[in-house]
Design a protein around this ligand. Structure first.
Ligand code: C5P
Length: 237
């Protein structure tokens, strides 16, 4: 597969066309960003650990019968993926209160949420990714009712599969964000799964091992990601 024109530069990934219109190449860069791009930094090894992490998780999800855009790793920091028509809606599942929901509803961080919550956000940097009711997403044509239903079912299934993997490694999957797109009409998991888009805490110490280390200036950001990777068996070398 030949890498061709750069078509999109995100906050942490760049997207390239290939010589096959059905496939793209994602490049995981060493860039970190938070608060809608207000805080940025370059972090050594981040692109590589996120690429390895994402490949490992996407493969586990495929094994569990969840269709994803992941095809294969191409290098330390590049992956070949199916080209999806992205749905501009972020799906967030929360098993424990933290971040946005803790602030919005005045909840103690770590409060268990049972059953897990499912929230939608409109993907728009200029608007700061506002929360969205399902009926609004449908009325505005961002997704159909059927697509939203599939996204909800798939996100909960991802939560079941990954909560178990992290639990067995002594980690709590606090929350995470997924993005979906359409591939020949099917709803398929896209984007990435890495510590940039989820919260992971050590079960015993509650140590944060995800992007909150960057957001909150706790230091050792990539070291936190690498610790999680090692604990769940992601090959890093
Ligand atoms: O900020 P909030 O608490 O709503 O985030 C919920 C989860 O979704 C967190 O794991 C966060 O890292 C992730 N997220 C993301 N990209 C966004 C918004 C949230 O990866 N644009």
């Amino acid at each position: 597969m030949q890498k061709q024109a750069l078509i999109y530069t995100g906050k942490a990934k760049s997207v390239y066309e290939t010589d096959n219109p059905d496939y793209l190449i994602l490049h995981f860069r060493n860039d970190a960003s938070a608060f809608n791009g207000e805080k940025i930094a370059k972090l050594d090894r981040k692109g590589r650990v996120n690429n390895r992490f994402n490949s490992f998780i996407m493969s586990k999800l495929a094994d569990a019968g969840i269709e994803t855009h992941f095809e294969r790793e191409l290098s330390d920091d590049e992956v070949l993926v199916k080209r999806l028509k992205m749905i501009p809606v972020e799906c967030v599942v929360r098993n424990y209160a933290a971040g946005g929901i803790a602030k919005r509803l005045g909840l103690a961080e770590g409060l268990p949420l049972m059953p897990p919550t499912f929230e939608l956000f409109y993907k728009d940097d200029k608007l700061g990714d506002p929360m969205l009711a399902p009926s609004t997403a449908i009325a505005l044509g961002y997704a159909t009712a059927d697509e939203l239903e599939q996204m909800s079912v798939l996100t909960h299934k991802v939560n079941d599969v990954l909560s178990q993997i992290f639990d067995e490694a002594g980690l709590m999957l606090v929350d995470f964000k997924l993005e979906f797109g359409l591939f020949h009409g099917r709803v398929v998991l896209g984007d990435e799964f890495s510590p940039d888009g989820c919260r992971l805490w050590d079960k015993e110490t509650k140590k944060k091992l995800d992007k909150d280390r960057f957001r909150q200036g706790l230091g050792d950001v990539v070291e936190g990601y690498e610790e999680v990777a090692r604990r769940i068996g992601v090959p890093l070398d």
